[in-house]
Design a protein around this ligand. Structure first.
Ligand SMILES: *Cc1c(COP(=O)(O)O)cnc(C)c1O
Length: 376
């Protein structure tokens, strides 16, 4: 049996007719950048995320960059974030000449550990940027309380977390600015690169809208030095079709995750080797990834691959150990939980269209791997 990590073709097959007919008018109109379809998408995303304002842009990475630019983060400033995330989180900070100040993760949720934030705040700190990793919100109560105490804005990197909730509040609605990615592997994926910003603040929304078009306030009049980071009408029409299915797809992922939890729990012998995710009752984890910790992770991964099962490691190297961040002067051991996670975690297939028998196969092969090697 072949079980890929993600099967976008299976998803496309279910919506092909709608997507193709949504695309045609865009070509007929020959208006490809921003425009009416983008405005409608922005309204629908704002509604879905329970925020008043959404501003489309070219990618999730650009959303992070624009958010930092809107907060006037500059060379020499510091932004607190996690070292256990996709590169863009810290890359956007460094891109502006600012310094990513890493704080280790909570080993249970893989998110920023609020206990360790305050000791890293200095007079140069300009913002706190938590990531809602894998689709599970960081502890926004405690992060917001710390931010308030120090009068710092919070940028939510919600690239993996559209529709996730913390105590009933949606990701992107809890900080000053929320950042979404529509990269094809996210729960809501475009036909290429696209992203979005959200905010509760009208003046901030206007600034973000300006920054994505080179800081224009009216045609060819520039208040800021912005960038070109617009969203295409083609992406907007595709995303508007897919947004109608997002709740169904997300609940499908959540159902598969619950099923994995039960299947692993039903094999008590596995508990010694595999740790399944802990999902507290106050969060809605939208399962962009279903990630286990596994003993002898790399061997397990190779074994699953041999049997046609796709997995991925998010992420194999903690950001403080990346070559490009050597200038930060960190060493192995500086962020032990992030480093341990990069050695132990493995994402299993969890896309909405996967079948029950595929899931059973994945769990059976994992059990087989450990039973075979246990006797050796
Ligand atoms: C995907 C992702 C991004 C970047 O999004 P792109 O649209 O690929 O630029 C940023 N942060 C996190 C946590 C992500 O997973």
């Amino acid at each position: 049996m072949n079980v890929p990590l993600l099967d976008l073709k299976a998803q496309f097959a279910t919506i092909k007719a709608e997507i193709m007919s949504a695309i045609e008018p865009v070509f007929d109109n020959q208006a490809f950048v921003l425009g009416r379809e983008v405005e409608l998408l922005e309204q629908e995303i704002a509604q879905y995320c329970q925020v008043p304002f959404a501003i489309g842009c070219a990618s999730g990475s650009d959303a992070l960059l624009l958010a930092l630019m809107a907060l006037d983060v500059q060379a020499g400033d510091e932004v607190i974030t996690t070292p256990y995330t996709f590169f863009a989180t810290a890359g956007s900070i460094a891109r502006l000449g600012a310094k990513p100040v890493f704080v280790d993760i909570d080993p249970v949720t893989f998110n920023l550990n609020p206990d360790l934030i305050e000791e890293k705040i200095t007079e140069r700190t300009k913002a706190i940027m938590p990531v809602h990793l894998y689709g599970q919100c960081a502890d926004m109560d405690r992060i917001n309380a710390i931010a308030q105490r120090h009068n710092l804005p919070v940028i939510e990197d919600a690239a993996q977390a559209i529709g996730a909730e913390w105590n009933g509040q949606r990701a992107c609605s809890m900080g000053m600015i929320g950042c979404l990615s529509f990269y094809p592997t996210k729960n809501l994926g475009a036909a290429g690169d696209a992203g979005c910003l959200t905010t509760l603040d009208e003046a901030m929304a206007a600034k973000l809208k300006s920054l994505r078009v080179h800081g224009e306030i009216s045609r060819y009049y520039h208040r800021y030095v912005g960038i070109n980071s617009r969203i295409d009408a083609l992406q907007a029409v595709v995303l508007r079709v897919k947004l109608r299915y997002l709740e169904d797809w997300t609940t499908g992922r959540m159902r598969h995750a619950a099923r994995y939890q039960a299947a692993f729990a039903a094999q008590p012998g596995l508990a010694e080797f595999v740790q399944t995710p802990t999902i507290p009752s106050n969060v809605r984890h939208i399962i962009n990834q279903y990630v286990i910790r596994a003993n002898r992770r790399d061997e397990l991964r190779a074994y699953l691959k041999e049997h046609g099962i796709g997995t991925e490691i998010y992420y194999p190297l903690s950001l403080h150990e990346q070559e490009c961040f050597a200038f930060l002067g960190h060493h192995k051991g500086d962020f032990p939980e992030s480093e341990r996670a990069s050695q132990e975690t493995l994402a299993l297939p969890v896309y909405p269209e996967m079948t029950t028998s595929m899931q059973d196969f994945v769990v059976a092969k994992i059990a087989e791997f450990y039973s075979q090697t246990a006797v050796k």
